[in-house]
Ligand binder design. Structure first.
Ligand SMILES: *Cc1c(COP(=O)(O)O)cnc(C)c1O
Length: 361
């Protein structure tokens, strides 16, 4: 039967998101270093809280998320009334595009930025605008030059994914202060917890009516499978996003587990410090093999090879050894591989496998 049903303009231009792979034929135990997951798994306290929700699953969850928002506000010193929780920070980013972008309007993100920004902009019918970075670092002036009367959103990941690089608080402040007041700046802070001494832009949010930040439980807290993220912004933005949010967008299990996780400061501190230590170790070990990377502020490093051919061959060689890392040609970095920082043993294994590849073994 023929029909004339068509999706809204832009949706057919979306290329499906491709996540990090988790399976390899012929390998029972795959070392997955392709999705920036916490190698230690979720905190025990969170698992206990999760199991306890089993007996309450017949009840609808809270629709205002007061418990989780309160815990987030307490831990980070924020105003709980201006926190919004979603099914991953992806959902908060989706609300932002739904609310502020649309046909004839532009959404800016940077050259090596997260591929979801393009998908969400197109999904809202808006025009994605890609701005160059400078040597894998966000360029504030290039963003400012790309702004037009039609710009509504600027998405900026800091620390960047897959680059791992950061721009300073001063640069962020300059960007926030220089953008015209019809542009909402979105600071995607998926990896903020791994960066030393950075509040994710919370103080910039507090000083402005046009800056929002997003955060996630998927990376530091080891809860990517649970789907919980949050946003923090000015009251008018949070009010707008809450109008779009389904009242029961998070289940009782998500709410209770995330709340337990964020209150477990010892877990967060342990992983943060282990990650920093092993990140330094792996970066140095790879430099010694002739594979450099920029100083990373996240839970991965972006290893640079001679060219795309060598990067692809290395990725293929690691596969044969049961190790998955992330190819990032789709992010404009064909000569690089993004390697998640695993446990000490994981780091040693990937380093040795890269050495064997380079030695042609
Ligand atoms: C992982 C990640 C997210 C968070 O995704 P969730 O939906 O919270 O799991 C957001 N932005 C970037 C850049 C990421 O890498």
């Amino acid at each position: 039967m023929t029909h004339s049903i068509r999706p809204q303009p832009g949706i057919e231009d979306i290329v499906l998101y491709k996540g990090g792979e988790s399976r390899l034929d012929g390998h029972d135990e795959v070392l997955k270093l392709s999705s920036n997951e916490n190698p230690f798994g979720p905190p025990e306290t969170a698992k206990t809280a999760l199991i306890a929700t089993a007996s309450t699953l017949h009840r609808y969850p809270s629709s205002d998320h007061a418990g989780l928002r309160g815990a987030i506000a307490e831990v980070h010193g924020l105003d709980a009334a201006r926190v919004i929780c979603g099914a991953g920070s992806d959902e908060i980013l989706t609300f932002l595009c739904q609310a502020y972008a649309g046909p004839g309007l532009e959404v800016i993100y940077t050259e090596h930025g997260f591929s979801m920004y393009r998908i969400l902009a197109l999904g809202a019918g808006a025009t994605p605008v890609v701005v160059p970075e400078r040597d894998r670092v966000v360029d504030v002036d290039a963003i400012l030059e790309a702004v037009t009367n039609a710009t509504r959103l600027v998405f900026l990941t800091n620390p960047g994914n897959p680059t791992g690089t950061m721009i300073s608080a001063d640069d962020l402040t300059r960007l926030a202060e220089s953008l015209p007041d019809h542009v909402l700046l979105v600071l995607d802070g998926a990896y903020v917890e791994f960066a030393e001494g950075y509040d994710g832009g919370a103080s910039i949010v507090d000083a402005s009516e046009t800056v929002v930040m997003t955060r996630t439980f998927s990376k530091l807290y080891g809860l990517g499978g649970l789907r919980v993220g949050w946003g923090y912004g000015p009251a008018h933005v949070i009010d707008t996003l809450n109008r779009l949010r389904g009242p029961f967008n998070l289940g009782v299990t998500q709410l209770a587990t995330a709340e337990a996780a964020i209150r477990d400061r010892a877990f967060a501190e342990h992983y943060r410090s282990e990650n920093a230590r092993l990140r330094t170790w792996l970066a140095k070990a790879l430099v010694a093999l002739g594979v450099p990377s920029d100083p990373s502020h996240a839970n991965y490093i972006l290893a640079r090879f001679h060219d795309a051919e060598q990067a692809n061959a290395c990725e293929a060689s690691l596969r044969t050894k049961g190790i998955l890392v992330r190819k990032v040609a789709g992010y404009g970095l064909p000569n690089c591989l993004r390697i998640t920082i695993g446990t000490e043993a994981d780091c040693a294994r990937v380093r040795n496998a890269i050495q064997q590849f380079l030695e042609g073994a």
